[in-house]
Ligand binder design. Structure first.
Ligand code: SAM
Length: 277
């Protein structure tokens, strides 16, 4: 059954449209051209199938298969397509009606996939303590701290005790005091063009691995591990955080790994998938 959650406070004008938070579109435009359904973002890996099997699945394998998966911000279902085969129920929640409609069409034959439109911050359609595994990849990187904090609160409510979450978010905030951030924007643009500085890929500057950990602690979630990764450039501007609702009030230490070879991993996966086909 494919459902849609139609209550959307954004129509009242209180919450900016999701397009405000995410890139790959000029700022004056309100519509992203989804003609390739997000497949274009997997280009460094060769395909989303190669990215899933070589990069995403190995990092979440211990959490799968499971009963109920919640995917936040699925877009046109690039990861939903794979996640759906690892669970009994999957809820996919996105703030864009175009994306929810696309997912509803794409997964219409899958009776265990439920697609919902939300207000860009709450998960009111998801019952308390009902989720075994929450997932989001390539979406939270654009979200500001206040929205991430809101979602973590919602995940504290909706995850079962022992339920886990895996979220790919921005670590750009870790570079806030770096020299490159103090270079005036016009000069920064030139330095990026000649590859002295790398691009920020619209990562949100208010988020970092440290901020995510403290938001988890404040919310009562246990941040188990964080992998700081580069995204198309040299700086580790992204982070893959794994966390758990463990039911205790004590915070255990987070295992933190710095991985500057993430894009080399992508290139290797791309080469391997080419030789296999
Ligand atoms: C760059 S796309 C990535 C989609 C998908 N995760 C993928 O990797 O193909 C970002 C997605 O996040 C959604 N989005 C942006 N802000 C959101 C928010 N605050 N809450 C829920 N979805 C949001 C957009 O509608 C879009 O579907």
């Amino acid at each position: 059954m494919v459902e849609q959650w139609t209550e959307n406070p954004r129509v009242a004008g209180s919450i900016p449209a999701p397009a405000t938070y995410w890139p790959s579109m000029p700022s004056h435009s309100t519509k992203y051209d989804w003609k390739d359904a997000g497949e274009e973002w997997s280009e460094p890996w060769g395909s989303s199938a190669a990215q899933w099997s070589g990069t995403v699945l190995p990092r979440i394998r211990d959490c799968l298969p499971t009963g109920t998966i919640l995917e936040i911000a699925p877009g046109f279902g690039r990861w939903t397509h794979y996640l759906k085969d690892y669970c009994q129920e999957l809820s996919a929640v996105d703030a864009s009606s175009e994306c929810v409609e696309a997912c509803s069409r794409r997964f219409a034959a899958e009776s265990h996939v439920h697609c919902y439109l939300n207000d860009g911050r709450s998960l009111s359609m998801i019952p308390d303590a009902s989720v075994d595994f929450a997932f989001s990849f390539d979406s939270f990187v654009h979200l500001p701290r206040e929205i991430v904090a809101g979602y973590l609160n919602e995940l504290r409510r909706t995850l079962k005790i022992g339920g886990k979450g895996f979220i790919h978010h921005s670590n750009l905030g870790a570079y806030a005091d770096s020299l490159s951030e103090r270079v005036p924007e016009p000069l920064r643009k030139v330095l990026r063009k000649i590859k002295i500085l790398d691009w920020e890929h619209h990562r949100n500057p208010t988020m970092s691995a440290d901020v995510f950990r403290s938001l988890c602690a404040r919310t009562g979630l246990n941040c188990i591990s964080q992998e700081l990764i580069n995204w198309r450039g040299r700086r580790l501007i992204d982070c893959l955080s794994l966390f758990e609702r463990d039911g205790s009030t004590e915070n255990t230490s987070t295992k933190i790994v710095r991985n500057p070879r993430f894009m080399r991993e992508a290139a290797r996966i791309r080469r391997q998938s080419r030789t296999q086909t």
